[in-house]
Design a protein around this ligand. Structure first.
Ligand SMILES: [Zn+2]
Length: 329
């Protein structure tokens, strides 16, 4: 008790005895007073702490806020750059779908496959609690779409490169030139269709095209291929059948002489001289009888000179071969 009362004694007026009397407070009374002072200061302290925390920033906080600002600005910039990249890719995609893939007869790629589905929220949920959620989320989403589109696009181009290599090979094999030199088209004798037979004088179907030319004129193979047969055949005289693959076969008839060394199975390249014009077999004069067959069916050869003829020359040839009713067979 000595701790609380000795140096500063308290007095109280007693109305009954009309005297001041010295009182001794209990330790509990003193303890309560100390406690209330402590509590009050604690409250003040907490109040000031909260006030400063919410109104003023520490240097560390200021630094973080500035960083945050810079990162947000950077995100905005990235987002805009991504928009530009997506625009460029969109352009490539349109050309891919509407031009390249159409040209090479490839199926178009569905839009859902190209851009994927990145609307699902679960993927971006990890940023939900950030104050900058929106910009972080949309930038990440754009990046995802860009990546996806690039992946699909590069696959598409790989496929097209493959296709174009194949079609280049195919184009080299399909008959596409005239089998003899035919400047001015003067050698065009008779076309495909109903013609009067030169020997029997009856109307028969002519399955090829005749080119009148002096004996010994060079005959060119009209597409890459392999010699299917070489020798004498009833009606055709000395003739060559060339297998071009892809369903195409060409026939060269009434030949006077074959190119030396050429035999069944020999590989030939478009433009190679394979033989020389003659009048062997059922023929009324030196000429080349030329046929194009696709999957066994004779085709009109005039549709297979597209490397040689301009559209105007083509028209002229159609006219010439239709008007020359007489065939050499
Ligand atoms: Zn003929």
């Amino acid at each position: 008790m000595a701790l609380f009362n000795s140096s500063n004694p308290h007095y109280q007026f007693n109305k009954r005895t009309l005297k001041y009397e010295r009182v001794n407070y209990s330790w509990w009374h003193h303890f309560k007073r100390v406690l209330s002072v402590l509590l009050l200061s604690l409250l003040f302290g907490a109040g000031f702490f909260l006030l400063f925390t919410y109104t003023l920033q520490s240097p560390e906080e200021k630094k973080l806020a500035a960083e945050n600002e810079a990162i947000s600005a950077q995100y905005e910039l990235l987002s805009r750059q991504l928009d530009e990249a997506l625009g460029v890719l969109q352009n490539i995609r349109e050309r891919d779908d509407n031009f390249y893939r159409v040209m090479l007869e490839a199926d178009s790629i569905p839009s859902s496959l190209r851009t994927g589905n990145y609307d699902a929220t679960a993927r971006y949920a990890q940023w939900e609690d950030l104050r900058t959620t929106q910009i972080v989320r949309s930038t990440t989403q754009k990046m995802d779409i860009l990546e996806r589109m690039l992946y699909v696009q590069s696959n598409s181009f790989d496929e097209l490169v493959d296709l174009s290599k194949k079609s280049e090979q195919r184009l080299n094999h399909i008959p596409a030139i005239m089998p003899v030199l035919n400047k001015d088209l003067k050698r065009t004798a008779s076309g495909y269709g109903r013609r009067v037979d030169p020997i029997y004088k009856t109307v028969r179907f002519h399955h090829g095209m005749d080119f009148s030319a002096p004996t010994g004129t060079e005959i060119f193979v009209t597409g890459d291929g392999v010699i299917q047969s070489i020798g004498w055949k009833q009606g055709y005289g000395n003739c060559i059948f060339v297998d071009h693959g892809y369903g195409y076969v060409t026939v060269y008839g009434h030949i006077s002489k074959f190119t030396k060394g050429l035999k069944k199975g020999s590989k030939v390249v478009r433009g190679d001289v394979i033989a020389y014009v003659g009048s062997t077999g059922k023929s009324t004069g030196p000429h080349l009888h030329y046929e194009v067959r696709y999957k066994g069916t004779p085709q009109n050869p005039q549709n297979y000179y597209y490397l040689d003829l301009s559209p105007a020359e083509y028209d002229q040839m159609v006219l010439l071969s239709a008007n020359n009713a007489k065939t050499f067979d």
